[in-house]
Design a protein around this ligand. Structure first.
Ligand SMILES: Nc1nc2c(ncn2[C@@H]2O[C@H](COP(=O)(O)OP(=O)(O)OP(=O)(O)O)[C@@H](O)[C@H]2O)c(=O)[nH]1
Ligand SMILES: [Mg+2]
Length: 257
């Protein structure tokens, strides 16, 4: 497998650099405190499918995939991405994402460099039409709710309907119950999350962008699944996403908070 390198500050042929948020806007992507790009900085259209020529940071990679973070406003999508990309949690005033933005991260999956282009969408209703356009090119979706916010959990079914309507049929989907560090404020039981996930046949984990619990695991699991789907090496043992997540996912009681 030949290894690709995307030039710095230059998108690959697809999507065109002009359709992507600028580097300046990307650097402003941060959880809670940072300013978000205004509507004028939004990509003009959805990125086209095609790999491995995604816009990038200059990292070498073998295969590349687009992952989207979706869910109600305030569930912690931006924080989850910042935790995964930078290993940080910036508590403070909540600044809602405007439109859509992305970050890249390359993971080593059993010797294969897997590049994830992770799209952080705005949960607010008024940006739905913008984000809908991006669903069809997504290879994977992380659907989040907030364990301290019942509405965000109740809205998961509506999100699934939306996903069914706009995403590819074979999109890899995972349900995440975020903010598991907030034990006092919990209103959605872990079992309820598990039950819902089972009902829809989804892998499920509880996460915390604040402590980092299961954050790397969620993205790694997605990367493993996507890599397997794209490379299909017969000698490699079959990767089973549900089992992996169940086996590797850690409960809140076992971890530092
Ligand atoms: N305790 C706790 N707070 C979190 C966690 N993740 C996010 N938050 C807080 O929740 C608020 C919303 O987080 P964001 O990541 O900006 O939410 P979002 O889903 O990106 O929201 P939109 O951009 O409006 O769609 C912020 O105040 C964060 O500090 C978490 O894991 N634990
Ligand atoms: Mg956000």
């Amino acid at each position: 497998m030949s290894r690709k390198k995307t030039p710095k500050n230059k998108g690959g042929s697809v999507p065109a650099a002009s359709t992507l948020p600028t580097a300046a806007n990307r650097s402003r992507l941060a959880c809670s405190r940072t300013a978000r790009p205004g509507p004028e900085a939004l990509p003009k259209g959805p990125p086209q499918s095609g790999r491995p020529s995604l816009g990038g940071t200059g990292d070498f990679y073998d295969v590349a995939f687009k992952v989207m973070l979706v869910g109600d406003s305030g569930v912690g999508k931006t924080c989850l991405l910042v935790r995964f990309k930078d290993g940080a949690f910036l508590a403070g005033t909540f600044i809602s994402t405007v439109g859509i933005d992305f970050r890249n991260k390359v993971l080593d999956v059993d010797g294969t460099k897997v590049k994830l282009q992770i799209w952080d969408t705005a949960g607010q209703e008024r940006f739905r039409s913008v984000t809908h356009a991006y669903y069809r090119d997504a290879h994977a979706l992380l659907l989040l709710y907030d364990i301290t916010n019942k509405d965000s959990f109740d809205n998961i079914q509506a999100w699934l309907t939306e996903i069914q309507e706009y995403a590819q049929q074979d999109v890899v989907l995972m349900l995440l119950g975020n903010k598991v560090d907030s034990t006092q404020e919990r209103v959605v039981k872990r079992e309820d999350g598990e039950k819902l996930a089972k009902e829809f046949g989804l892998p499920f984990m509880e996460t915390s962008a604040k402590t980092g619990l299961n954050v790397d695991l969620a993205f790694t699991a997605i990367a493993k699944e996507l890599k397997q789907r794209s490379t299909k090496v017969p000698s490699e043992p079959h990767f089973r996403l549900h089992e992996y997540v169940k086996r590797e996912g850690r409960g809140v009681s076992c971890c530092r908070l």
